[in-house]
Design a protein around this ligand. Sequence first.
Ligand code: AMP
Ligand code: MG
Length: 322
Amino acid sequence: MILGIECTAHTFGIGIVSKGKILANVKDMYKTEKGGIIPVKSAEHHREVAEKIYDEALNKAGISEQQIDAIALSNAPGLAPCLLEGLRFAREKARKLNIEIIPVNHCVAHLEIGQSVGSRDPVLLYASGANTQIIAFTGGKYRVFGETLDIGVGNFIDKFARFIGEGFPGGPKIEELSKFGKYIELPYSIKGMDVSFSGMQTKLQQLYEKEARKEDLAFSLQEVAFSMLVEATERALAHTEKNELVLGGGVDCNKRLQEMCKIMCEERGAKFFCPSNDLLTDNGAMIAYTGEIMFNSGIKMKSEEVDIKPRERTDDVEVSWK
Ligand code: AMP
Ligand code: MG
């Protein structure tokens, strides 16, 4: 029985996993009226909700805390105050229960949770607020084959949504508006397997000021930004010679992006795996799930030995469990 804690950014979540089965996945998200995350406020949020989320997760799984064998913690990468809060909570529980901690890289967990819906050796299109990366496991490491050169696709969408007076999070609002839009040409920016969004951002703002319809801009933003992601992902599939794609990250909740990925996979005979929204967005279950795989290969640390790694890169992760 592994209990996983997600704490890297806006979400505090706890998942419980046993033998690859998800028994609970409870979370609470720090939200702002407007603007982005203030790290210390988000950490305060985590502190306030932690105990309640913990109890709810145990209840949901129908277990007592004494049944937990180890605590998996998303100790990297992320916002330092949030990671510290997660570490504090994990240590407190680990000491109380006299168990150890498994440090889990958040990005790796987004890839590994794909196994719960059937993927084995996939390319991950990780499209979230702050992160946009195309990741696969090759040559003994999780490697980043493509990424954004400026901002994460989610932050890009949110920024535009804010510009046109839609609140946060902008993604679902843009998706809704896009249903009533038609196509306007926008800058398409892809270099090798990397993408960038700032040119499109500027163009969208200019068009909006020239009174283009919100619906048309939302539709076109999705078509162009998602085509870029899908093109880069297809290149990564070709380059790695893998034949599975898995999605991860909040932007991957978008139905149009899912559809485009599915079509691309069908056209090249690759398998397409899309976890449910609860597992696409940040969650404790993916941390517990990955933690269990690591634990089974003997990875665990005394609570005082674990530290946070706010800037750990996906390809820096030492992998001994594969
Ligand atoms: P994450 O950082 O993984 O929690 O994802 C949060 C990001 O996902 C935010 O930027 C949201 O605007 C974005 N998002 C959520 N739902 C959608 C959607 N349906 N379409 C596009 N973006 C979305
Ligand atoms: Mg994430």
